[in-house]
Design a protein around this ligand. Structure first.
Ligand code: HEC
Length: 163
C-alpha cells in the first residue's frame, strides 16, 4: 500500500454510512489528513517489523541480529553444535565458543593460534586440522556448505561472554 492510500480512499461524500470515525476524519484538512495517514502507515510498518522480529526470536535481545547471524544460530541449534558447545556457546563437552573470536587458542601440539575468522572456519570445515588442547572428545566432521559455515562463524563471532 502507498502511504496515504488509506486517506485517499475516504472520498468526501461517499463515506456517510461508514460511521462516526470517518465523519471525524473528513473534518481534518486534506494535507493534514495525508500526513496523518503517512504517520499511521509508518507506525503500522514499524509495528509489523517489531512483531515479526519478536516472533522469530526465541530469546531476549535477538531482534537486532543480522539474517546471517540468525541463520548461524539456527544451524548451531539444529546441527548439534549446541549439544557439545552449550547453549549460546557457553561450553560443555567442547570448548566455550562465546567470546573466543580473536583470542589465543592453545592446540594439542603446543602451538598457539589466534581464533580469527579463518581459524573458526577451519575448525568447522576440517575439525581435525587444529585440535584445541584439553579435550578428550574429538569434534566430528559435518556436511555443512560454505554459506552455512559462514553463517555459523558469524554467529560465533557475535557471541559475547556473559551477554
Ligand atoms: C561431539 C561434540 C561436538 C560437536 C557436535 C561439535 N563440536 Fe566443535 N568442538 C568439539 C571439541 C571437543 C572441540 C575441541 C577439540 C578439537 O578441536 O577437536 C571443538 C572445537 C570447535 C571449535 C574450535 C574452538 C576452539 O577452542 O578453538 C569450533 C569453532 C567449533 N568446535 C565449532 C563447532 C560447530 C559450529 C559445530 C556444529 C556444526 C560443532 N563445533 C560441533 C566438540 C564438538
Amino acid at each position: 500500500m502507498r502511504p496515504g492510500q488509506r486517506a485517499n480512499d475516504v472520498v468526501p461524500g461517499t463515506t456517510a454510512s461508514a460511521g462516526a470515525t470517518s465523519r471525524h476524519v473528513r473534518r481534518i484538512p486534506d494535507t493534514r489528513r495525508r500526513r496523518l495517514a503517512a504517520a499511521v502507515a509508518t507506525l503500522l510498518v514499524t509495528g509489523l517489523a517489531v512483531a515479526c522480529a519478536s516472533d522469530d526470536a526465541s530469546g531476549p535481545g535477538t531482534a537486532g541480529l543480522s539474517a546471517e547471524v540468525r541463520e548461524g544460530r539456527d544451524l548451531y541449534r539444529a546441527r548439534g553444535c549446541q549439544g557439545c558447545h552449550g547453549g549460546d556457546g557457553s561450553g560443555g563437552i567442547g570448548p566455550a565458543l562465546a567470546g573466543i573470536a580473536g583470542t589465543e587458542r592453545e592446540l594439542v601440539d603446543g602451538s598457539v593460534v589466534i581464533a580469527d575468522t579463518e581459524y573458526l572456519r577451519r575448525s568447522i570445515t576440517d575439525p581435525d586440522a587444529e585440535i584445541t588442547a584439553g579435550y578428550s572428545v574429538r569434534m566430528p566432521s559435518n556436511t555443512l556448505d560454505d554459506d552455512q559455515v559462514d553463517a555459523l562463524v558469524a554467529y560465533i563471532e557475535s557471541l559475547e561472554v556473559d551477554p
